[in-house]
Design a protein around this ligand. Structure first.
Ligand code: SAM
Length: 279
C-alpha cells in the first residue's frame, strides 16, 4: 500500500483500535489509500474548500481528502470507537480536521462550514439516500454545497443518473437532475471494501446548478412526480387524476400526451406540467 502520509496503514489502525466492522452501522471500510485518494480527486480541486465527510470510520477517505489539499474537513462519525484513530489524523494535519461524534442526520453541518463547501463521503448505505434527498431539497437554492461526491449501491447510483425511458428513471433522477448535473465517476466491486458487501458500488458526482434547469415550484413538482411514479405503469391521465379535475387539458397544455406514462416524460415536461398546475 502506497503511503500518502506519514500515518500507519489502515489495517494497522483497525487492529490497534479494535475497529471490527459493525453491520448495524453500515460499516464497509475502504483500506486502499490509493483508492480513497482517487475518490477525493473525483471531487475536483479541494484546495480552498471546506469538505463535509459523513462516516469517516477509520479515516481512509479522510486522509485522502487532507492529502489532496482540502482546506478543512468536518467529519461526522457516529461510532465512538473510531474517534481515537481520527484524532491521530487530526494531529498529523494540525487545524485542518474537525471530528464531530454524532448522527449526521441530526447535525446542522451547514452552520459549521465556510463556503465553498464540497461533500465527499463513503456513506453508510442505510442513510445515504436520505441524506442525498435532504441535500437536494433545502429551503432555498443554491444549497450550502457546491458538489456532492458520494458512494452508493450501484443500483441507487443508476437511479440518480437515469434518463427517461429507462427502468431506473424516477423520482430520484428527477429530484437530482432538476437542480444539478449528476454522473457516475467510479465503479467499485464488493472486494474493494472490508468486509465486502453483497452488492457493487459506484461513486456519483453531483454538481449544483446556480438555479433549477427549468422553472417550477419545488413542492408542486415533487407532488406531480410522486403521483406519476407511484403508479408508473398507468397512463398519466389516470395516475395524475387526483391533482386536478382537468388534468387531461393541463397535460396537453404542457405538451404531454395524456396517454403517456411517467417514465417516458423528460424533466422539462414535468416542470411544464408543474407550472400549468400552479397557474
Ligand atoms: N469512510 C470510511 C471508509 O471509506 O472506509 C467508512 C465508510 S462506512 C461505509 C460508513 C461509516 O459511516 C461508518 O464508519 C459508520 O460508523 C458511519 N455511520 C453510520 N451511520 C452514521 C450516521 N447516521 N452518522 C454518521 N456516521 C454514520
Amino acid at each position: 500500500m502506497a503511503a500518502i502520509d506519514g500515518l500507519p496503514p489502515l489495517r494497522e489502525v483497525i487492529a490497534a483500535h479494535g475497529l471490527a466492522a459493525k453491520k448495524s452501522l453500515g460499516q464497509n471500510f475502504l483500506l486502499d489509500l490509493n483508492l480513497t485518494a482517487k475518490i477525493a480527486r473525483a471531487a475536483g480541486d479541494l484546495t480552498g474548500c471546506d469538505v463535509l465527510e459523513v462516516g469517516p470510520g477509520p479515516g481512509g477517505l479522510t486522509r485522502g481528502l487532507l492529502a489532496e489539499g482540502a482546506r478543512r474537513v468536518l467529519a461526522v462519525e457516529k461510532d465512538t470507537r473510531c474517534l481515537p484513530a481520527l484524532e491521530e489524523i487530526a494531529a498529523a494535519y494540525p487545524g485542518r480536521l474537525e471530528v464531530v461524534n454524532g448522527d449526521a442526520l441530526a447535525l446542522d453541518a451547514a452552520a459549521r462550514l465556510t463556503a465553498p463547501v464540497k461533500v465527499v463521503a463513503n456513506l453508510p448505505y442505510n442513510v445515504g439516500t436520505e441524506l442525498l434527498i435532504r441535500w437536494m431539497t433545502p429551503q432555498s437554492w443554491p444549497p450550502f454545497w457546491q458538489s456532492l461526491t458520494l458512494m452508493f449501491q450501484r443500483e441507487v447510483a443508476e437511479r440518480i443518473v437515469a434518463r427517461p425511458g429507462s427502468k431506473a428513471y424516477g423520482r430520484l433522477a428527477l429530484m437530482v437532475q432538476w437542480r444539478a448535473d449528476a454522473r457516475i465517476v467510479l465503479s467499485l466491486p464488493p472486494e474493494a471494501f472490508t468486509p465486502p458487501p453483497k452488492i457493487s458500488s459506484a461513486v456519483v458526482h453531483v454538481t449544483a446548478l446556480p438555479e433549477p434547469r427549468y422553472p417550477a415550484d419545488a413542492k408542486i413538482l415533487e407532488r406531480v412526480v410522486a403521483a406519476g411514479f407511484n403508479q408508473r405503469r398507468k397512463m398519466l391521465r389516470a395516475s395524475l387524476r387526483g391533482l386536478a379535475p382537468d388534468i387531461e387539458d393541463r397535460l396537453r397544455a404542457a405538451g404531454i400526451a395524456p396517454t403517456a406514462r411517467a417514465e417516458e416524460i423528460p424533466l422539462e415536461g414535468f416542470c411544464a406540467l408543474a407550472r400549468s398546475l400552479a397557474g
